[in-house]
Design a protein around this ligand. Structure first.
Ligand code: PEP
Ligand code: MG
Length: 316
């Protein structure tokens, strides 16, 4: 039965009543492209460029960067490719760029866009390599920054992208302050992409890397759902897109709930794409909305899952 559902659901992502939800792939570099294409990804929703920078003693040269970016753009000549600028620090330290001092809580330290504030040269070099790789590419390339907490940071990044000649700049929503004040942040950028892994970590104050608090790392927590809803509503009110690129998008039931909360695209590891495509194809937008409302009316993550499932027949 599972196989039948999967084959019925080939093609672009959409709900049963035809509401389009582009289904994109998360990739770490050109080597992940084959799996993304094989799974029918419509584009790339999260290109984690930090893998170019990790496990080496020096920064990648502008040429190395340009070559990697170009390979990704060429794989999706008619698709959307969302490139995330370097997200180093915390769980991804760079040997050639140690934090300036001791960080007792690296997840709360100089990671993501915060590192660019100290080293704007690294940002400028990356945006420059991206701008050169975009030249001649037919993919719809968009650039986004990780770990943005404030509207000032968002505006600073968007300005840096414009200066580099890149015309679509967005931000990840993965810090609760950015979700709560999403209406301010969407004013200065072109799109949002919600990183549910970090958004959950910071909303519940539960370190992603500490197994003892893993029970709190649950994106089904209604507090996390409320933050997602706030961000998606702000983007929609501004006529802009709000995707999700955290692990939550790979859960077929939660994917329906995200769509019901107004999320406009979903990006995930390639193997999850067929399952999410099938789940969306089996339910209407109205069912997704009802499931989202039921989940958000719950008190615990477990109740939220059950309440959503009750509105989405056929998903287990
Ligand atoms: C996230 O935080 O949800 C995310 C997609 O980014 P990463 O997992 O790379 O931190
Ligand atoms: Mg993140």
């Amino acid at each position: 039965a599972r196989r039948a559902v999967l084959s019925a659901a080939a093609g672009p992502g959409a709900t049963a009543d035809g509401h389009a939800v582009p289904l994109l792939a998360n990739i770490g570099g050109p080597r992940d492209l084959e799996a993304a294409l094989a799974a029918g990804a419509e584009g790339v929703g999260l290109y984690r460029t930090e893998f170019l920078f990790l496990d080496r003693d020096t920064a990648p040269t502008p040429e190395e960067q340009e070559e990697a970016y170009r390979a990704v753009f060429e794989a999706f000549p008619h698709g959307r490719v969302v490139v995330r600028t370097l997200d180093a620090g915390a769980d991804k330290p760079l040997p050639f760029l140690p934090p300036p001092g001791e960080e007792p809580n690296p997840a709360l330290g100089e990671r993501g866009i915060r590192m660019f504030r100290r080293h704007p040269d690294i940002m400028t070099a990356q945006l420059g390599a991206l701008a050169r790789a975009v030249t001649g590419a037919t993919a719809n390339v968009e650039i986004m920054a990780p770990m943005v907490a404030t509207a000032q940071e968002a505006a600073w990044f968007a300005e840096a992208c414009r200066t580099a000649g890149l015309d679509s700049a967005g931000i990840m929503i993965e810090v609760p302050s950015a979700a709560i004040r999403a209406a301010d942040l969407i004013e200065v950028v072109d799109f949002f992409s919600i990183g549910t892994n970090d958004l959950t970590q910071y909303a519940l104050a539960a370190d992603r890397q500490v197994s003892g608090v893993a029970g709190l790392q649950d994106p089904w927590h209604p507090a996390v759902l409320d933050l997602i809803r706030t961000a998606a509503s702000a983007a929609s009110a501004a006529g802009k897109g709000c995707g999700v690129c955290g692990e939550a998008a790979a859960d077929p039931v939660l994917a329906c709930v995200l769509v019901g909360m107004g999320v406009s695209s979903l990006s995930m590891a390639a193997p999850a794409l067929p399952w999410v495509r099938a789940a969306l194809a089996a339910h209407t937008l109205e069912q997704c909305r009802t499931a989202a409302a039921a989940a958000r009316s719950s008190v615990t993550p477990g109740d939220a899952v059950e309440a959503a499932r009750a509105e989405l027949p056929g998903l287990h």
